[in-house]
Design a protein around this ligand. Structure first.
Ligand code: UT7
Length: 321
């Protein structure tokens, strides 16, 4: 028996307002046809002023706690993956801790943009296995609408707001349960391919998302296929053993190309990009929650999570649910 991090519950939250491609086409020179054909995106949710990364993250966390049958008081570790924190500091994790009414615990944010949830999950997995906590909340929450240049059609149509959360608990289990492997990467020499042109220490402003889309696309397909190969080699299983792949939801073409490289049929891929667009660190836990709640992902399934984003950063995880 080994101490491992087990997935006990999932939750998610979306802003009230849903925006279609046609609605966006009234603001910038674009069309539903272009967006669907190039990205697969049809809708995204956009936060109202009273909806923040903190409130959405707290809502997702409450759902995950309920699904896990735990109280906020049981949680010893809260990690929030976000590139759009409520404030420069304190960490949004501490704000969510306060919103949940969770007593003294470990709480901090992780900044790895779209790969943030994979980074946070990997850190939580290590901390649970080494005994820093027994129960952890890992949250991906974003309000990218607040850092988009709404005049730039090349980026503003791609992103949406939302949050997803998981509860992980440390348990003594056999070798085929819980988080089985994680792999993380970063190559900072590409940091100007996808970035925000502002920040507290440079411009003193929040800034806007800037992206060289074609370059990001090219690296995404290569890096994701390679990291998926690494995690499957770590667990000693062929790609065919994967029951569900829950990819980062940036572009349906990237998701299709990655699945094809692995030889995985589309039926085993969880797809939400059409409904949510790219919600950065929230996209993987949001998609995971959807597939758990609609009954696709069941106890015993082998699930693979992957993401790639600004930095560049990328990563993957394999878990037996
Ligand atoms: O989360 C990880 C980070 N994000 C990603 O993984 C995104 C990666 N990149 C992509 O998904 C794609 O590169 C995009 C969806 C961003 C762009 O698709 P593309 O097929 O690479 O298009 P492109 O950038 O090469 O642009 C093609 C054309 C351009 O016009 P010209 O120069 O060919 O006349 C653009 O100006 O499409 C034009 N264009 C648009 N047209 C209508 C760019 N954005 C739009 C738009 N509506 N919203």
């Amino acid at each position: 028996m080994t101490r491992r991090a087990i997935l006990k519950g999932t939750g998610s939250a979306l802003p009230r307002t849903r925006v279609s491609n046609d609605e966006l086409a009234k603001r910038v020179d674009t069309s539903d046809e272009w967006i669907v054909e190039r990205t697969g995106i049809r809708f995204r949710h956009i936060a109202e002023p009273d909806e923040t990364t903190g409130t959405l993250g707290a809502d997702a966390a409450r759902e995950a706690l309920k699904a896990a049958g735990l109280d906020a008081a049981d949680i010893g570790l809260i990690i929030v993956a976000t590139a759009t924190p409520d404030n420069t500091f304190p960490a949004t994790a501490t704000k969510i801790q306060a919103m949940l009414g969770a007593p003294d615990c470990i709480a901090f944010d992780v900044a790895a943009v779209c790969s943030g949830f994979l980074y946070a999950l990997s850190v939580a997995d290590s901390m649970l296995r080494t005994g820093a906590a027994n129960h952890a909340l890992v949250i991906g929450s974003e309000t990218f609408s607040r850092i988009l240049d709404w005049e730039d059609r090349a980026t503003c149509v791609l992103f949406g707001d939302g949050a997803g959360a998981v509860v992980l608990s440390a348990e003594e289990v056999g070798d085929d349960r819980g988080i089985l492997a994680t792999r993380l990467h970063a190559e900072g020499q590409y940091c100007d391919m996808l970035y925000v042109d502002g920040g507290p220490s440079t411009t003193g402003t929040v800034g806007h998302v800037r992206m060289q889309g074609r370059e990001v696309f090219r690296h995404a397909v290569t890096n994701l296929a390679s990291v998926l190969g690494e995690v499957m080699a770590d667990v000693g299983l062929p790609a065919d053993a994967i029951d569900w792949i829950v990819p980062h939801q940036a572009n349906k073409r990237i998701i299709d190309a990655t699945a094809k490289k692995l030889g995985l049929p589309a039926e085993r891929v969880v797809l939400t990009v059409d409904q949510h667009a790219n919600t950065s660190a929230a996209s993987v836990p949001l998609a995971l929650d959807l597939a758990v709640r609609d009954g696709r992902i069941k106890r015993g399934d082998l699930v693979v999570l992957e993401a790639m984003g600004g930095g560049f950063t990328w990563g993957a995880a394999v878990l037996r649910v």
